[in-house]
Design a protein around this ligand. Structure first.
Ligand code: NAP
Length: 248
């Protein structure tokens, strides 16, 4: 079940960043790619590439997901749409920041899977690619975003168990920092976004992640790439943080 066996894909969050690069890469390999996002004009621009079919949809609208996905036959589902709101901390986050992050990063993934997986199982052909994050593997002081990506991380292996014997494959890609619009969306204050973006290190490019997605999709049918962690050479994790509490 290599990439050449798949005919159609659905990529969420295709209007920018990793999703844009992935939709382009899949279309270049001859697939029909349903490209999902909210920004219609961006999708129209993307759809100038042959093979890309724009699908304007707010993934926080679960009923719309089920309405729209009903008749679609999809071999590859790339659950990529996502964002991080409330990075300033849970104690100051607004209810909307919590809902927006969890509904986009987690709830919509479940509804998309519910809508599209049964067809894959029936056809005995399918590949789910979930875009997690290193924030779902290690603590980076982001209880809302990190918690949402932690949920994505445990979704994959549980799905693998549920799908045993179906032939449907499940892959999670966990990127570190990628140069996209992610931090511009995360912070309302452009100065705060710039502070997080301008670190002096060379971040990954969206193509680094779409290359990894295509690698996982293109392996022979006997192979399931379960989890891939990909970080910039200049980003690493660990160490010890000590923060003494001021005593009275
Ligand atoms: N950039 C990083 O450093 C990094 C690191 C690790 C993981 N990731 C993950 O990678 C994935 C892609 O992010 P990116 O870095 O490529 O960021 P990005 O450039 O901001 O792209 C995010 C995409 O998600 C879409 N989206 C957001 N809310 C949506 C909604 N309600 N309905 C439909 N589409 C929605 C956006 O489209 P519209 O605004 O047009 O709807 C956009 O296409 C995310 O899951 C992110 O968490 C990113």
């Amino acid at each position: 079940m290599a990439l050449s066996d798949y005919k159609t894909a659905l990529v969420t969050g295709a209007s920018s960043g990793i999703g844009w690069a992935t939709a382009q890469a899949l279309a270049a390999r001859g697939l029909t790619v349903h490209a999902v996002a909210r920004r219609e004009e961006r999708l129209a621009q993307l759809a100038e590439t042959p093979g890309i079919v724009p699908l304007t949809l707010d993934l926080r609208d679960s009923a719309a997901i089920h309405r729209t996905m009903g008749g679609l036959e999809v071999d590859i589902l790339v659950n990529n749409a996502g964002l991080g709101r409330g990075f300033e901390g849970l104690c100051t986050a607004t209810p909307e920041q919590i809902d927006q992050t969890l509904e986009t990063n987690v709830t919509s993934v479940y509804h998309l899977l519910r809508a599209l997986l049964p067809g894959m199982v029936e056809r005995k052909r399918g590949h789910v690619v979930n875009i997690g994050s290193t924030a779902g593997l290690y603590p980076i002081i982001s209880s809302i975003y990190g918690g949402s990506k932690g949920a994505v991380h445990m979704l994959g292996p549980n799905l693998r168990l549920e799908l045993q014997g179906s032939g449907v494959r499940v892959t999670e890609i966990c990127p570190g920092r990628v140069a996209t619009e992610f931090f511009d969306v995360a912070f309302d204050d452009p100065a705060a976004a710039a502070k997080v973006k301008d670190t002096g290190i060379e971040d990954l490019r969206p193509e680094d992640i779409s290359d990894a997605i295509l690698y996982a999709l293109d392996t022979p049918w006997r192979v399931n790439i379960s989890t891939l962690e990909i970080v910039p050479n200049e980003q690493s994790y660990g160490g010890m943080t000590l923060a003494p509490v001021a005593r009275d």
